[in-house]
Ligand binder design. Structure first.
Ligand code: ASP
Length: 325
């Protein structure tokens, strides 16, 4: 097999962070620094390293990831065999899903980061970068879309979630489990996911979408202001399988006449229901009032899909969620 070529793009995050004059740690290193610190990468692939951003990941916006998707598509068109994106773990589950939605084709895209700063004892960044590169350069990862690799586990972008603020084992896929692991330096894929429709990276950044987690006793009065604040759509994280109190159902119906409203769940895992609970505020009632069920997607991921779909107009929202039911 000829030597693989990988595009490595760093956006920042703890993996790039060193002590800063302001106290604490802050993004410092770039992609070339991170790659040069792991000589074993030379056995994995020829690497083109670029640093489009040096940000803590809470400051990344969907538009940054749309740009990254375009750069990866350019790289693939120029003959790259795979891509690794390095960033902060706080928003990896969102970034990876944007890339999964926007980067077409079979070549692997792998997102990684670290839970410990670059100079911390037991820093996990170098091992995560090496594992990510091994997956991105592998035949095994072909056709799986965008993956997240940390702690030697391989997760599908559509399922992965950050579950701990501190542990190197923070990433999990509560609904489906990991797709595989890296053992003895080799990716072992235990399950595969089908690729789902890819949206256009060229269509640009998504409009603003509100994400609202429903809490006990909330009557939904805040929904009425969302369109006036400039939100093009809203995702409701309902209780359980997609429920709100009876006295909140009308507010959701009113909002759905103005902007697309998607119904997700505030639970950690499981699909939103569509045909079980018939009481006012239950999922049957809310769907009848115009809400679009998010299917298996978390609220965070549903928000990104809705925004990217709405670049094609309000009529595209329901169709975008159909493959995820
Ligand atoms: N706060 C950091 C960030 O998301 C955490 C990390 O990098 O893991 O950039």
């Amino acid at each position: 097999m000829s030597h693989r070529r990988l595009l490595v793009l760093s956006l920042g995050g703890t993996i790039t962070m060193l002590p800063a004059a302001t106290g604490g740690i802050a993004p410092t290193l770039g992609a070339a620094d991170l790659v040069n610190a792991v000589p074993a990468l030379g056995d994995v692939a020829d690497i083109v390293a670029e640093s489009p951003a040096r940000l803590p990941s809470p400051s990344l916006r969907p538009g940054h990831l749309v740009q990254v998707a375009r750069r990866i598509e350019e790289g693939f068109a120029a003959g790259m065999d795979g891509a690794v994106v390095i960033q902060g773990t706080d928003t990896i589950e969102e970034s990876a899903f944007i890339l999964d939605l926007l980067v077409g084709g079979d070549r692997p895209v792998v997102v990684t980061g670290a839970m410990r700063g670059a100079d911390a004892p037991g820093a996990d960044g170098p091992a995560n970068l090496l594992a990510a590169a091994r997956v991105a350069a592998s035949d095994e990862a072909t056709g799986l879309g965008t993956l997240v690799v940390l702690n030697d586990e391989i997760h599908a972008a559509r399922f992965v979630q950050k579950t701990s603020t501190t542990l190197p084992s923070t990433f999990a896929s509560p609904l489906a489990g990991p797709l595989g692991l890296v053992a003895e330096g080799r990716p072992r894929i235990l399950g595969r996911v089908a690729r789902l429709p890819v949206l256009s990276a060229a269509a640009g950044a998504p409009p603003e979408i509100a994400l609202i987690r429903w809490a006990m006793g909330e009557d939904g009065r805040m929904l009425a202001v969302l369109p006036g604040l400039g939100y093009a759509g809203a995702v409701i994280e309902g209780m359980g399988a997609g429920h709100v109190p009876a006295d909140a159902a009308q507010a959701i119906e009113d909002l759905a006449t103005r902007i697309p409203v998607v119904l997700a769940s505030r639970s950690a895992a499981g699909p939103v229901f569509t045909e079980t609970y018939g009481y006012p505020g239950g999922e049957i009632d809310l769907i009848r009032r115009g809400a679009i069920p998010a299917g298996m997607l978390s609220g965070l991921k549903a928000r990104l899909l809705l925004g990217l779909a709405l670049r094609g107009g309000a009529g595209t929202a329901a169709a975008a969620f159909a493959p995820y039911q």
